[in-house]
Design a protein around this ligand. Structure first.
Ligand SMILES: C[S@@+](CC[C@H](N)C(=O)[O-])C[C@H]1O[C@@H](n2cnc3c(N)ncnc32)[C@H](O)[C@@H]1O
Length: 376
């Protein structure tokens, strides 16, 4: 049974417009104003569909808050800085980061909080979590203020819609979603792929029959917009997500409901839909926007370099035995290679002239602007 309140709407869309790209399907399923997943559900935590790093351990947001403080100092401690989070979910990461920010003199007072969030329902939750904090919400990064900015995103890019190319008989076609003949279910079809999409497939990789390549056009656009903002206003960006460090073939489009993987076409609007982030592509877009790029490093390496272990010891020292066990297991879950430590990765971007960022090795590019290749 694949029906959901969104199914009739998708069926009507297919009847009028023809097969849906995966991106259009994902956008409708996640953000349809009445029946979309993020507009109708409380997805986080044990009772929800998935759990994210800030919801697992307060150390995650705290260490990111300290990362921001270090970068703020590194960039000359400006008296005003926008602390921005894209896709903040419940607002937990921001709350933990702001608490940690207080320990660095002057930093908390310099911060103006900005959240980029598409879901009105989640905005209301964020307002509750961050009550007492002045927050400005944005639909997109394009309306951020003209000020030095630290821009964060945890599991933001994986929620942005992807398109899928599939290699058939020596050429790329596009995977699309259709109404199955004879029943009410949604199914798959392959359509001629537009040339501007095929152009984005990496020429260095040789596809075999049936290989799939995923392209997140929205992710590339947002990464470039963020980079242009940072290159122009100063600051840095930090993004953690699951995905591959090098562009690769594979079908990573997935649906989670109640912490179980389900068919991506089953009951649209009732499961979280994501795809692995192609960090190569994301950083390429950020470099085109004029930023210097860092990473990937694994989440385990990143949090360890920032001091998750001493932070856990400090928390455990003030905790009951039961709380101490929860604190330790939460932190382990974030950094263990068999848990979130390796699949999840961190990348960062910075305004031209920043040659080092906490938790990262040397930059993978100098900014295009510095090398003279950037003309925007
Ligand atoms: C997987 S959740 C991650 C939540 C949070 N960062 C965390 O780690 O718990 C994805 C978040 O991105 C938001 N989101 C999805 N698509 C978006 C878009 N196009 N623009 C802004 N926010 C979006 C969702 O509403 C949600 O807040």
């Amino acid at each position: 049974m694949t029906a959901s309140p969104l199914s009739a709407h998708l069926k009507a869309l297919i009847e009028t417009d023809g097969p849906l790209t995966v991106a259009r399907y994902m956008r409708e399923a996640l953000l349809h104003p009445e029946h979309g997943y993020y507009t109708t559900r409380e997805p986080f935590g044990v009772a929800g569909d998935f759990i994210t790093a800030p919801e697992i351990s307060q150390t995650f947001g705290e260490l990111i808050g300290l990362w921001c403080a270090a970068v703020w100092q590194q960039t000359g401690s400006p008296t005003k800085i926008a602390l921005v989070e894209c896709g903040p979910g419940r607002g937990t990461l921001m709350a933990d980061a702001l608490r940690a920010a207080r320990i660095v003199p002057g930093f908390r007072d310099a911060i103006e909080v900005h959240l980029v969030e598409a879901s009105p329902r989640l905005r209301a939750l964020q307002r509750e979590t961050l009550s007492g904090t002045d927050v400005t919400w944005h639909d997109t990064v394009e309306t951020l203020p003209n000020a030095p900015s630290l821009i964060l995103g945890n599991e933001f890019f994986d929620a942005l819609p992807i398109r899928q190319l599939i290699h058939r008989d020596g050429m790329w076609r596009e995977r699309c979603i259709v109404q199955d003949a004879g029943n009410d279910a949604l199914g798959w079809s392959e359509m001629p792929a537009p040339a501007d999409l095929v152009r984005l497939a990496p020429s260095a990789l040789i596809p075999a029959e049936g290989d799939i390549f995923e392209i997140c056009e929205d992710g590339r656009t947002v990464a470039e917009q963020i980079a242009r903002h940072i290159a122009h206003c100063g600051g840095a960006g930090l993004f953690l997500d699951y995905g591959h460090g090098k562009s690769a073939f594979g079908d990573t489009f997935q649906a989670l409901r109640g912490h179980q993987y389900v068919d991506v076409l089953e009951k649209p609007g009732t499961a979280d839909l994501t795809a692995h982030v192609d960090f190569d592509a994301l950083l390429e877009s950020a470099a085109s926007g004029g930023c210097t790029c860092f990473g990937t490093v694994t989440q385990g390496q990143f949090l360890t370099a920032l001091g998750i272990e001493p932070r856990v010891q400090a928390l455990v020292g003030k905790a009951s035995p039961a709380q101490a066990a929860t604190i330790r297991s939460g932190a382990r879950r974030l950094i263990e290679p068999t848990e979130m430590g390796t699949l999840f990765k961190a990348v960062a971007i910075a305004a031209p002239g920043v040659d080092a960022l906490p938790g990262f090795g040397p930059p993978r590019n100098r900014s295009m602007r510095e090398t003279g290749a950037f003309s925007g």
